[in-house]
Design a protein around this ligand. Structure first.
Ligand SMILES: [Zn+2]
Ligand SMILES: [Zn+2]
Length: 395
């Protein structure tokens, strides 16, 4: 075809021959939704198309919508465009959108993660000519430990708190991250309590066949038992009257951004666990390679840095300016500011942190102005990826 199959319009990413949008941020007639996070799935569209395992989530979050479901790998045709959805490994029901028209194939990734986990179908590479990729953690410093390491660390933190008669408050995004943490908890340590914003999503996951340990509402647990409980609540609950009932507690936050000491300090919690539902830098690179695509379009995250790196490595790459947010940073500023100063000595837990912070200063932290500055810095440090000693992460 003459022009690009997918372009950016005022309303969102638009499939030109298909006449539909992908995760549009303004109301449109036809929307294909990659997953249920608020910045990708919005109210007000005429018709929704989404992967079958994510329909329960969409309905619980968007209410009464007209939605058509598609099994992973199933194909439909719309205005001559063959559309199919493929697992993105990000959250329950998350999908990449494959579009084929006139012999050309485009894939829009939505948000994705390449390490498989117990709460959703694993990421599946899809061959295409043009791959539209997210880039939330698109910097070489972002490298995740295997998730089991993080789960072990979380359980050890919980066990120690329980032994000392202190509740463990885990602040986490209510959809996706909360259920992933649940899937890694050891229920033998104590009761698991979920905030009212988290429990309805647990229910949708269980109805979809995802095994989660038993969870209770706070009202169902004796006050004495709360001292050995792990409580999962959204970040906005941090420092609120709701958490005062736990008396003495230790709090923690789980996100990819917790790799950066500056982000942990701003968060103002006792512990920061590095756990992301997005691909790290090696994950992004391996996913892009596995598509076999020659053209890559980079969306929300570290656009200039990834575009530059991809061009230097032989790809035809460019960026799309989108209005997607950051599901890992939601409420971060609010809750962090509330507890500023209560952080204690985090460097002792994390010897690599000062070094990483120095890197972070030169590269990026998750806000737009900083990312722009980091892009300028990156231009002077081309191809700084594999084998970069600064990127080895903090175990
Ligand atoms: Zn997301
Ligand atoms: Zn996103």
């Amino acid at each position: 075809m003459a022009g690009d199959m997918v372009v950016v319009r005022r309303e969102g990413l638009y499939c030109v021959p298909g006449g539909f949008y992908i995760d549009p941020w303004r109301p449109v007639e036809r929307a294909v939704i990659t997953h249920g996070h608020g910045d990708h799935a919005r109210v007000g569209h005429g018709h929704y198309l989404a992967a079958a395992p994510g329909i329960g989530i969409l309905k619980s979050r968007l209410g009464d919508i007209t939605v058509q479901s598609l099994e992973y790998g199933e194909t439909i045709e719309h205005n001559g465009v063959r559309i199919s959805l493929h697992p993105a490994g990000h959250v329950l029901g998350s999908a990449q959108v494959r579009m084929e028209y006139g012999g050309e194939v485009w894939v829009a990734s939505g948000d994705y993660k390449v390490e498989a986990d117990a709460t959703c179908a694993p990421f599946e590479p899809v061959r295409c000519h043009t791959f539209i990729t997210e880039s939330t953690f698109g910097l070489p410093i972002y490298r995740w430990e295997p998730q089991q390491q993080t789960f072990d660390d979380i359980n050890a933190w919980w066990r120690r708190n329980a032994e000392q008669g202190r509740a463990s408050l885990m602040l986490s995004y209510a959809f996706g991250k909360a259920q992933r943490i649940l899937s890694g908890l050891d229920p033998a340590i104590g009761p698991i309590v979920c905030h009212g914003a988290v429990e309805p999503l647990n229910r949708v996951y269980r109805e979809a066949g995802v095994a989660l340990p038993p969870t209770r509402m706070v009202s169902e647990v004796d006050k004495a038992d709360l001292k050995s409980a792990l409580i999962i609540a959204p970040p906005s609950a941090g420092g609120s009257p709701w958490v005062r009932r736990f008396g003495d507690y230790s709090d923690a936050f789980a996100s990819g951004w917790m790799l950066l000491r500056g982000a942990r300090r701003r968060r103002g919690v006792d512990r920061g666990f590095v756990l992301s539902d997005h691909a790290d830098w090696p994950g992004l690179m391996s996913a892009i390679k596995a598509t076999g695509a020659e053209r890559v379009v980079v969306t929300h995250g570290s656009i200039p840095i990834m575009v530059r790196w991809l061009c230097q490595n032989g790809y035809d790459a460019k960026g799309f300016d989108t209005e997607y947010g950051d599901d890992e940073a939601e409420d971060a500023a609010a809750a962090g500011a509330a507890a500023e100063g209560a952080t204690g000595d985090r460097a002792a837990e994390n010897p690599a942190a000062p070094e990483l912070d120095a890197v972070a200063k030169r590269w990026a932290v998750p806000d737009k102005a900083d990312a722009a500055r980091a892009a300028g810095t990156a231009a002077a440090r081309p191809g700084d990826d594999e084998g970069n000693s600064e990127g080895k992460g903090d175990a």
